[in-house]
Structure formats: C-alpha cells, structure tokens
Unconditional design. Structure first.
Length: 271
C-alpha cells in the first residue's frame, strides 16, 4: 500500500474550510471504504445532505470533492463512504488515509436528498447503487423520518456481494441505534440486490420494480402510487437518469428544496 504522509502544517483553515481529524477507517473491499472524522461543535446539517471534503493538492491549494454524509445529523462524528479510483486526483490519495490524519471539511452542507424536498406521503423508497447508499444511511438512522412515513425502504444495488456496505447493520434493522424505537425498526425495510453474483435477490432495481419484488415486504400496494409514495435516487449518473425518467412516466414529479414534490435526485452529482 502506498503510504500517505499528511502533516497538519500542509492544511490551512479558512472561512470555508475547517481542518478535522480522521478517527476511523474501514476498507470494505479493494475499491470501497468508509472514513469517519471529527465534527466541529458548530457544524449542523440535515440528514441526507452532502459536504466538501479533501486534502491539499500538489499546488498547495485544497483539492475538494462533494461527499454525502453517511452519519445521521445527531452523530458526534461525520462518516463518509467512498470508492477508490486509482487515478482519481483525490480518491487515489484519500484511500490511503489513516486514523489521526488531518482532512479538510467544508462548512456549508447542502443537497436535495432531504425530506424537506418531498411532499408528505405514506412510503419512502430510497433507491441507491454503489456509494449512493451514503445519504440513505444518514436518513434511515434519523428518528424524525419515522414520524413522516409509515414505511421506509432502503434499496441498494451492487455488482458483487462484498460491495454491500453496512449490510449487517441494515439487515439487523439498525439494531443498537440509540434513538430508534422498536416500532421504527419494524417499519424499516432493507432490500439489497446483486447484479453479477448469486444472491438471494439479483437484478437491477428496475427489474425489482417491474416484477413487484421491490414491494414484497410492504403492507401497501405492490406497485408505485404517485399520490402516496415518495422516492429518493442516488447512485451512478445513468441509474439516476433512467429512474428519474421512469418515475416521470409513472406520474411522479421531481421536487426540490424550494418546491417539494414526489421524488428527488441529487443534481450536484448528476451534472
């Protein structure tokens, strides 16, 4: 493994950035890892939002990328889920980060994968691929969301089984979470699906929707109902565009912070 040597002297605090410390690193696979960092006392965010994090670039200026926060808004530390891109300007270095290393954290969280951007509804479906799971880990562990919906679904599609980050926690229905009640957990549903290996659920998310398998655990209809269902999308650009178009064909309207509606995507990651 390439050693990453970071000195706090390389980092400069500013009005836009604070310098935090890495407190935890976990490598799920050769291409996927989680890191956790300290949280400034004054830092506030809504579950589902993203923030800029980064390291000093070769020119000494901060090299930053947008990352969704995987931790709920009440956590004392901030967690992120990242892929490893060997030739990526930031992730090629970030993947080698260690506990105790400094890291840049932006001061202005934002985003549309928040409940404020949705109209009231009965069921919330959070559809994700790969690291798109991150904001939904934040939302699913926020007790407020269980006051807004009768049922919560986290759907995670990956290529291989070992890419199902947080699988044990999600399969346990978030067991051990300090703020969730037993009744909340009963209304939480985790649906992992794998596209390139044998698994109990296989196929892309669209296949699960069309077959009705996505709705098997629900007490409600076995199909989408625009008047009652709310949907969040996060993942690859192709996945978001395909499912946004599919939802619109089914009668859903995209929402935003200024104009809440029936489904939302994170446009900052789509372009």
């Amino acid at each position: 493994m390439t050693e990453l040597i970071l000195d706090r002297d390389q980092f400069t605090e500013s009005g836009a950035l604070s310098v935090e410390t890495v407190t935890y690193v976990h490598h799920w696979t050769d291409s996927l890892f989680t890191l956790r960092i300290t949280r400034p006392a004054a830092f506030r965010f809504r579950s589902g939002e993203f923030i800029m994090i980064g390291l000093p670039g070769d020119n000494g200026k901060p090299l930053l990328r947008a990352y969704s926060m995987a931790s709920p808004s009440y956590e004392e530390e901030i967690e992120f889920l990242s892929i490893k891109v060997q030739d990526g300007p930031l992730t090629s270095r970030l993947q080698h980060i260690k506990v105790g290393d400094p890291i840049y954290l932006g001061k202005k969280p934002t985003g549309t994968l928040v409940t404020d951007a949705l109209l009231p509804g009965k069921r919330l479906f959070m559809l994700s691929t790969g690291t798109g799971l991150a904001p939904f880990m934040s939302l699913a562990r926020d007790p407020e969301i269980y006051n807004l919906y009768d049922e919560i679904f986290v759907v995670h599609s990956v290529r291989q089984v070992n890419e199902l980050a947080y699988r044990e926690l999600l399969e346990s229905q978030l067991e051990g979470d300090p703020l969730l009640e037993d009744e909340d957990r009963k209304r939480f549903h985790y649906i992992p699906t794998v596209t390139r290996e044998d698994f109990h659920t296989t196929g892309r998310i669209g296949t699960l929707i069309d077959s009705g398998k996505l709705f098997e655990k629900s007490n409600g209809p076995k199909h989408f109902v625009p008047e009652e269902d709310r949907v969040m999308l996060c993942g690859s650009m192709a996945m978001i565009k395909d499912h946004a178009a599919d939802l619109e064909e089914r009668g859903f309207t995209e929402g935003s912070n200024s104009q809440p509606n029936q489904f939302v995507i994170e446009r900052a990651f789509v372009g």
